[in-house]
Design a protein around this ligand. Structure first.
Ligand code: NAD
Length: 289
């Protein structure tokens, strides 16, 4: 396929490289990042769209996505598909999908989980909103960039799945970290805490697969001085998106709200910026009731 790829940063770069390696004709555009191997550099976002079967975007936020989409949609050929893999607000995803549909294009919101490792190894999970037709068109590309693509529903459903998942992740990480900090103060050995909780009803992905305590459980950013991994500020971005969505949908999400407040404090006034989101554990260790 002819693929336009806009946003070749930490995630988009390796995703585009994987498509090129599998023989797709990839043209890329980024304001700053270098072109990955096998990707032809375009002079503008609109140029990547010319003659493309699929245009993929992997950008920082919804405002940038809207601006790029406004430039790219008029340059795309009817019947082509615009596939946004960034994590953005549900409203922006739906607005872009509407504009694309009005121009006779397919549109998907297809945020990912799996991080930079998943992007590099082609093992991302895609959660996808949009028409079945557009999903089927882009599916061969999802199969190269990832291990799984779930068609979640209409436009915005992919972003909805992503922010709900990451709201659970943020809340669970905080719960796991505060429990470890309490266990420490109660004199409970961290390994024993892990042995019990990881096989009891308190188990979770944050405990079992991404344990925030160094030297306990499988290797995780905690074992690497809390270097990300998944940075605290990205967790905060996703928690804020969940709260923006909850407000728009009139949903009561007190735990998500508290998690957003704690990560705001951690990133903005404590030492969380640039740390993995599991560095909430040393944060709790330093604090008193
Ligand atoms: P990044 O900052 O490394 O990459 C974003 C790229 O977009 C940059 O290279 C930037 O130059 C480019 N860009 C910005 N504005 C542009 C414009 N107008 N035109 C062209 N290029 C432009 O970010 P990332 O880590 O690759 O994340 C991208 C998206 O993926 C975000 O929405 C993020 O939330 C999401 N995401 C990231 C991770 C992760 O672990 N990094 C995991 C899942 C999802």
């Amino acid at each position: 396929m002819k693929v336009g790829f806009i946003g070749l940063g930490n995630m988009g770069g390796p995703m585009a490289a994987n498509l090129a390696r599998e023989g797709h004709e990839v043209t890329g555009f980024d304001l700053a990042a270098p072109m990955p191997e096998g990707v032809r550099k375009a002079a503008s976002a609109a140029e990547t769209a010319q003659g493309a079967d699929v245009v993929i975007t992997m950008l920082p936020n919804g405002a940038i996505l809207r601006a790029v989409a406004a430039e790219v949609i008029p340059a795309m050929a009817p019947g082509a598909a615009l596939c946004d893999c960034s994590t953005v607000d549900v409203e922006s995803a739906r607005a872009v999908a509407e504009q694309a549909a009005a121009a006779g294009l397919g549109a998907l919101d297809a945020p990912v989980s799996g991080g930079v490792g998943g992007a590099t190894n082609g093992t991302l999970t895609f959660m996808v909103g949009g028409s079945a037709e557009a999903f089927d068109k882009v599916k061969p590309l999802f199969d190269i960039m990832g291990q799984k693509a779930v068609h979640c529903g209409d436009a915005g459903a992919g972003q909805a799945a992503k922010i709900c998942n990451n709201m659970i992740l943020g809340v669970t990480m905080i719960a796991t970290c505060e429990a470890f900090a309490l266990a420490d103060k109660l004199g409970l050995d961290r390994q024993k805490m892990f042995d019990v909780v990881s096989t009891s009803s308190g188990y979770s992905w944050t405990m079992n697969a991404y344990c925030p305590a160094p030297g306990v459980g499988p290797a995780s950013p905690a074992d690497n001085d809390y270097k990300p991994g998944f940075a605290a500020e990205l967790m905060l971005k996703d928690l804020r998106l969940s709260q923006q969505a909850a407000e728009a949908a009139d949903a009561d999400t007190p735990m998500g709200q508290l998690a957003a407040a704690l990560y705001t404090q951690f990133v903005e006034t404590e030492d969380g910026r640039g740390m993995d989101f599991s560095a909430m554990l040393p944060r709790f260790e330093k604090r008193h009731r």
